[in-house]
Design a protein around this ligand. Structure first.
Ligand code: NAG
Ligand code: NAG
Ligand code: NAG
Ligand code: NAG
Ligand code: NAG
Ligand code: NAG
Length: 345
């Protein structure tokens, strides 16, 4: 009998069958177990799905091997200990890293600003990473790209041999920032990313730079190469020779549109940790860079860039149809763009 488990269970069943109440009890237990099983399964599924949702936003971090940094509680969310997959941080492993993003618009001095930041031993700003369209296709690709940068796995010329204390990128508002602003703000808050807004006060000068840069892209006066930024006064002089004609009919609408975009961006990101910097202020007063270094909590250094400014001097020398533009802007809120070299706040 013992060799035949089938008959054994059958017998057991038959034996117990007449007694009704144990069977009912057993059924109750069985149903209970099934209900529990289904419940546990749904919980698991829920957890799995939430994990894939936030999966974008997780970067491997070392499980607390480093001593607690001596900072205020409010600072803790901004300190990270990335654990890159492509190399070992070695003696820098316990150097906390802060994440940042320079949010700007084309021809607002962000290239120059970034070279200044990268002159700091402990700052690594990886350039205009989202100028490549596929990286900004949707929030998944954006999240994956940011994860790689912030995990110090994005290797570029900005990568440092020193201990990085702040890592980030330069990101133009029209490269998915405005389009996916809700998810990006959420990412910044979850991951403790700080935003550095870099805007230009004189939007007319910015417009000239945009037009000249797009002219240069086609004409390439510098020995047939297109250069958005130059490193010698001679190159700057050649590029500055071109005087664009600005369409006076569209001018006010264009200026207003740029202004609205910057206002909107500041509104979207107001709940994130951020700082607002104007290009003209940095140009006039290099100590503005101290504010940025303090914001990133890196040791203060004197920062240098080899870049040379292309457009200098009065605007009247830089616009072909200066008379029209003057007439158009007179009496509008943008009149100050004409006079002052740099509009004051
Ligand atoms: C910063 O710029 C100075 C002057 O160009 C240069 O000597 C120095 O090596 C730069 N430092 C870094 C970290 O790039
Ligand atoms: C996001 O974009 C990438 C690249 O274009 C694509 O492969 C992927 O399927 C997209 N994901 C979603 C969720 O749309
Ligand atoms: C900056 O880098 C130097 C050299 O690697 C390192 O000794 C120092 O601790 C770093 N500073 C910060 C704030 O991480
Ligand atoms: C153009 O090329 C010539 C010869 O290679 C060189 O001497 C000159 O400096 C270059 N000019 C510029 C603006 O790069
Ligand atoms: C300015 O732009 C408008 C609208 O695109 C166009 O109709 C007009 O011809 C342009 N004016 C000049 C001088 O290019
Ligand atoms: C330069 O900027 C610093 C920091 O923002 C400020 O304290 C200082 O007054 C400014 N100096 C001038 C001359 O504007």
């Amino acid at each position: 009998m013992a060799d035949d488990p089938c008959s054994f269970t059958k017998e057991l069943f038959l034996l117990k069958a007449p007694k009704k109440s144990p069977l009912v009890l057993r059924m109750i237990v069985l149903v209970f177990v099934m209900v529990c099983g289904v419940y546990i399964c749904t919980i698991c599924l829920k957890q799995i799905s939430t994990r894939t949702n936030t999966g974008l936003f997780t970067v491997q971090t070392i499980e607390k091997p480093c001593p607690e940094p001596n900072v205020e509680q409010s600072e803790a969310p901004y300190l990270h200990y990335p654990n890159p997959t492509s190399y070992s941080r070695a003696e820098c492993a316990c150097n906390p890293v802060r994440y940042f993003a320079i949010l700007s618009m084309q021809r607002s001095g962000s290239g120059w600003f970034e070279t200044l930041l990268n002159n700091h031993t402990n700052i690594s700003s990886n350039g205009e990473i989202f100028s490549v369209k596929v990286r900004r296709s949707n929030m998944s690709t954006i999240g994956e790209t940011l994860d790689r940068i912030y995990n110090l796995d994005w290797l570029s010329s900005a990568s440092k041999n020193e201990c990085t204390a702040a890592v980030g990128l330069k990101w133009m508002l029209n490269q998915g920032v405005m389009q996916h602003h809700e998810e990006i703000v959420e990412y910044f808050k979850q991951r403790g990313v700080s935003a550095i807004f870099l805007f230009r006060r004189n939007l007319l000068r910015r417009m000239i730079s945009v037009l000249a840069n797009s002219y240069d892209r086609d004409a390439k006066p510098l020995n047939g190469t297109h250069k958005s930024h130059v490193h010698s006064p001679k190159e700057a002089e050649i590029l500055a020779k071109y005087k664009p004609i600005i369409n006076a009919t569209l001018l006010i609408a264009n200026l207003r549109q740029v202004e609205e975009t910057t206002t909107k961006a500041l509104e979207y990101f107001k709940s994130t940790r951020h700082i607002l910097i104007y290009y003209e202020d940095v140009l006039k007063n290099r100590t503005k860079l101290i504010d940025v270094q303090d914001f990133l909590k890196v040791p203060r250094k004197d920062l240098k860039s080899r870049q040379v400014k292309i457009h200098k001097g009065p605007l009247s020398n830089q616009i072909e149809n200066w008379g029209d533009i003057q007439k158009t802007l007179k009496g509008t809120p943008y009149e100050s763009f004409l006079h002052a070299d740099y509009r004051r706040r």
